[in-house]
Ligand binder design. Structure first.
Ligand code: FES
Length: 105
């Protein structure tokens, strides 16, 4: 989705997680967008190290705001990501919170 205003172009994606859906600007972390929409997701460090916010992506693409987020390559390939340091690069479909089996580390 493209949202043009005041001479600028801003990308705003749509995130769906189970029965919850919200808009997510490309320049805001997915966790911050969830909170701005009134969605309460677990979080703690907010810098990609504690893994409290770990969620599983079913469809879509994210980019990280830090070089080494705390997700292993195998976990990434299974769709796990950290919303506190991830930014949307497409519309996203996430597993519902009760439809996730957290990886053991
Ligand atoms: S809140 Fe700690 S990794 Fe996301």
């Amino acid at each position: 989705m493209q949202d043009a205003g005041a001479g600028t172009t801003r990308w705003v994606w749509r995130v769906r997680a189970g029965d919850v859906a919200f808009d997510a600007p490309a320049d805001r972390s997915i966790l911050a967008s969830a909170e701005a929409a009134g969605v309460a997701w677990a979080s703690s460090c907010r810098n990609g190290t504690c893994r409290t916010c770990l969620r599983r992506l079913e469809i879509g693409e994210v980019a990280y705001g830090i070089e080494w987020p705390g997700v292993l390559p195998d976990e990434r390939s299974e769709g796990w990501f950290l919303p506190c340091v991830a930014f949307p690069r497409s519309d996203l479909v996430l597993a519902a919170a009760d439809d996730q089996t957290l990886p053991v580390t």
